[in-house]
Write a protein that binds this ligand. Structure first.
Ligand SMILES: Nc1ncnc2c1ncn2[C@@H]1O[C@H](COP(=O)(O)OP(=O)(O)OP(=O)(O)O)[C@@H](O)[C@H]1O
Ligand SMILES: [Mg+2]
Length: 298
């Protein structure tokens, strides 16, 4: 996990300490910020001898969810595989169970998950006894689960069980190690081209709503479309044109608003607070002057 960013540093330190205490970790962060990569890193750093088992709660089939997670015994239900099946949770025994997109887990199943987490025991469908497991739990969500609790879509007691250690991955636009991430992605390609500093600057200015995943696919598109040894600012500009540059637009808008405010304040001072005189001089309505002054005071 390449990083050279204070927020990332804090997240990684927390996760390293948490896995050594076997504390449940909840990873939050916008889409594409690297939640699964961090979970994988946590497993590797934990030195647990079992497997890393990732379960996407959004793609589990609702009717089969319980047997998929907890397994089932021979003949537990019609259509069950002979000899039964080990569930995903048990596959993670002595390893790490990664529950991705936990926020969308059906509410009835949340109760069953809670029961498992309380004692770390499962009972496969059709079984008569519990099985004790040893698991490092890591959950991930790109939404704020406390809001889901307020809306009644997520159990509060489950949230307290999974979020002993909660870390939030910073969005790419807030990271101070952008160039490092670009290089890490480029290194995964054969014969990566050089990217000129000006071109990197342009990339850094974009707001990347899809975060590192979006950056990765953009770089692939860039390399394919440019097809030369050095990528310059113009190459990036051409491709970025298709993406809305919110960050730059917002900055330009703010600059313009600041300039306008400066002009109004200067005129206000010259006319010793006479709003009508300011409006006359600047050729704008009194109301507009009034609004600008209010903005300046807020
Ligand atoms: N620090 C990094 N350096 C290089 N690549 C990274 C880094 N962090 C994440 N990636 C890459 O970005 C992509 C998205 O990462 P990942 O799947 O872990 O994000 P996520 O937060 O789980 O996304 P989602 O919320 O959409 O599931 C992956 O291809 C991953 O390899
Ligand atoms: Mg993910």
């Amino acid at each position: 996990m390449v990083h050279d960013d204070p927020a990332m540093e804090a997240v990684v330190n927390m996760v390293e300490r948490a896995v050594h205490l076997n504390a449940p970790i909840l990873i939050r962060g916008e889409t594409g910020t690297g939640k699964e990569l961090l979970a994988d890193y946590a497993h590797i750093t934990s030195d647990r001898k079992g497997d890393f088992v990732a379960v996407n709660c959004a793609s589990l089939q609702e009717t089969l969810i319980e047997s998929e997670l907890f397994g089932y015994t021979d003949g537990a239900f019609t259509g069950a595989t002979r000899g039964g099946s080990i569930g995903l949770v048990q596959q993670a025994d002595e390893g790490t169970l990664f529950l991705d997109e936990i926020g969308v887990m059906p509410i009835q199943l949340q109760a069953k998950l809670l029961r498992f987490l309380d004692r770390c025991q499962i009972r496969p469908v059709g079984a008569t006894a519990d099985i004790q497991l040893d698991i490092q739990l890591i959950s991930a969500s790109n939404s704020d689960l406390s809001k889901a609790v307020q809306l009644g879509n997520f159990r509060a007691d489950l949230l307290y069980r999974i979020n002993s250690i909660e870390v939030v991955l910073p969005p790419l636009r807030e990271r101070t190690d952008f160039h490092l991430i670009v290089n890490a992605i480029l290194e995964t390609f054969d014969n990566p081209p050089q990217i000129e500093p000006e071109a990197i600057k342009l990339l850094e200015d974009y707001h990347w709503p899809g975060n590192i995943r979006e950056l990765k696919s953009f770089l692939i598109r860039l390399l394919v479309s440019v097809g030369k040894e050095t990528v310059c600012a113009k190459d990036v500009q051409l491709l970025l044109r298709n993406l809305p540059s919110k960050k730059t637009e917002k900055r330009q808008r703010n600059n313009l608003a600041d300039q306008e405010m400066g002009i109004v304040l200067a005129a206000y001072a010259r006319h010793k607070g006479n709003i009508s005189a300011v409006a006359r001089e600047l050729g704008i309505s009194r109301n507009k002057v009034y609004k600008k002054l209010k903005e300046a005071r807020s």
